[in-house]
Write a protein that binds this ligand. Sequence first.
Ligand SMILES: [Zn+2]
Length: 279
Amino acid sequence: MEFNSTKNKELGIYINEIIEIGAVKLNEYLEEIGEFSATVKPHFTKKLNPYFKKLTKISDKDLKISENFSTVIENFITWCEADKSTVFLSWSDTDLHVLVENYNQLLKRENVDFIKRYADLQKYIMSFLKTENNNQISLTAAAEQFSLSTKKFEMHRATDDSKVCGQLLKKTFENEKFSKYIRNTENPLFYRKLVFKPYIITDLKKAKIEQEQLFYTCPFCKNKIKFDGKFNRKFKAFCEIRQCKNCKNKIAATFRLKQNFDSVQISKRIKKYVKQKER
Ligand SMILES: [Zn+2]
């Protein structure tokens, strides 16, 4: 999909409004057996933002002759002929996020119910590549890594992007490995997990962690110390400076806690306390 960021004035919130839906259908041998392409007349704005126009080369004029979201999505669902075993793919789950957003705000519907199985192709492809810090890579970059030429395609147009996705899947397909990336969207947790945004925990008492995780060891004498830091807004972490009761060295400890969907991620930094130079 391609989407244009605009404001939903009724609700006073921003929305990535879907402007184009493109897809290819693959058979069991991952051969292309059909394609879908449609632009969507936006509901919340008449004008596309300049960045979007430049990226996609879709113009305001193209949209005048387009159908609205509800009609295009109905046509798309008909074209899909999906059943329970059909797997929907997109390059990163952003498209699914945006689809949910458009379903909520335009169709007043909670879940994208025509999708029963979903896989994030970017995640699957990334598992073959070693990137620095596990950074996400663009579709074009991934295609290059697997020696797929994207020259004949208009990248950043939905249908051509999906063709490249199809070819990438075919080139890398390993049945057993790929099946681990297929999600069942009918699991009630699926959408909750999809829309969950990780956040930094600012109240140590409310963090769902074991008491044991609040301990650290003194870097000098390996004495076990219970952390009791205060939250520091600037560092977005809990910090404490204390003297080890055992070896009398001064220690600076920093704990950063991130709430993920089903776990709390704790990063600890323990070092010798060095007094900051006075300015
Ligand atoms: Zn110590």
